[in-house]
Design a binder for this molecule. Structure first.
Ligand SMILES: [Zn+2]
Length: 323
């Protein structure tokens, strides 16, 4: 695997693979190799390089579907590996007919013990302002998609993994963000119990006060999920409710998800599969109004905005090859 060495740059003290060139090299010279094995080897070579930049207590731990790099204790490694493998199986079986494990290579998970290392690593993906808060972990969908965490309690890491893993297993579908997030939160709660769906008077009032005809278009286009105000949390909550309402008959829901497109936020798929407009879902919260998705009013850039690298997660093949 010596060929790979020239495809790394060092930026902010970490090896940064040039995935476009690596992918091209594989296409040109290694097309006949067994691809899964090949990409597992590539991921391992990358992690060896990364490990050489970290303190000696970091180790590479491989399980059936994951390569985990961490300096955490054996006990932490065993717990996290077990959780990773179990949740992969569970998401695939729960979202049967929707989630897919396609792609080559193992999933890469890096846990940084030192928070400065975490920031240095992440800065490459947030070059503009570097303001991303001390996030609880992300799935970076840039090149070879991978999970990155700062050190945290294993239980907390689990809810992030369940959520982000769901995105990664939905990445082959051109679904609208509300549907993507709605399923991710639903699965996260199912696996870890961290996001129970509740609706009480106070929440109901907050929804009612917040959503207007302009705001709801941001919900459908996906922009509302990036709002700096409470619109963000309300968007996740509304998406979770929408998924719950739409999935009461699972087979029908599967057909809907496989038809829904972010172009119109799933509007035409809903008419075809459910025989109704998505706006009716909102009317249950906010009363009568014009809640239907209106794609012609959206900011088109927000649909393909690259500033959110983990918006649609891909296991291996860079997004640019998968369009
Ligand atoms: Zn999400």
């Amino acid at each position: 695997m010596k060929w790979i060495n020239k495809y790394f740059d060092e930026v902010d003290n970490f090896p940064r693979p040039n995935w476009e060139n690596i992918y091209e090299y594989v296409e040109a010279h290694l097309k006949d190799e067994e691809q899964n094995k090949l990409w597992c080897g590539i991921a391992n070579a990358w992690m060896q390089k990364l490990k050489s930049k970290l303190s000696d207590d970091y180790q590479i731990h491989e399980s059936d579907n994951y390569i985990l790099v961490t300096s955490e204790s054996d006990r932490y490694v065993t717990l996290l590996q077990g959780f990773l493998e179990r949740s992969l199986r569970r998401i695939l079986s729960t979202l049967k007919g929707i989630a897919s494990d396609e792609g080559y290579g193992k999933y890469v998970v890096i846990v940084f013990t030192d928070v400065d290392d975490y920031y240095s690593y992440m800065s490459y993906y947030y070059p503009e302002d570097g303001v991303f808060g001390l996030s609880s972990g992300v799935y970076l969908n840039n090149g070879y998609g991978h999970f990155v965490f700062p050190h945290q309690e294993v239980a907390y890491a689990e809810s992030v993994v369940a959520h982000e893993m769901t995105h990664s297993l939905l990445s082959h579908l051109p679904i609208p963000l509300w549907l993507n997030e709605g399923m991710a939160v639903t699965i996260e709660d199912m696996i870890t119990g961290s996001a129970p769906l509740r609706m009480d008077k106070e929440l109901f009032a907050r929804h009612n006060a917040f959503w207007g005809e302009k705001e709801i278009q941001e919900f459908w286009s996906g922009d509302a999920f990036y709002r700096p105000d409470e619109g963000q949390a309300l968007s996740y909550h509304l998406a979770q409710f929408a998924v719950k309402s739409l999935s009461s008959d699972y087979e029908t829901f599967v057909r809907f998800v496989n038809k829904a497109n972010y172009d119109d936020s799933g509007k035409s798929a809903a008419i075809e599969i459910f025989g109704g407009d998505l706006g009716e879902l909102i009317a249950r919260f906010c009363g009568d109004g014009d809640w239907s998705p209106k794609p012609q009013e959206w900011n088109k850039e927000s649909l393909t905005d690259p500033k959110a690298p983990f918006r649609f997660s891909v296991k291996l093949i860079p997004l640019l090859y998968r369009k």
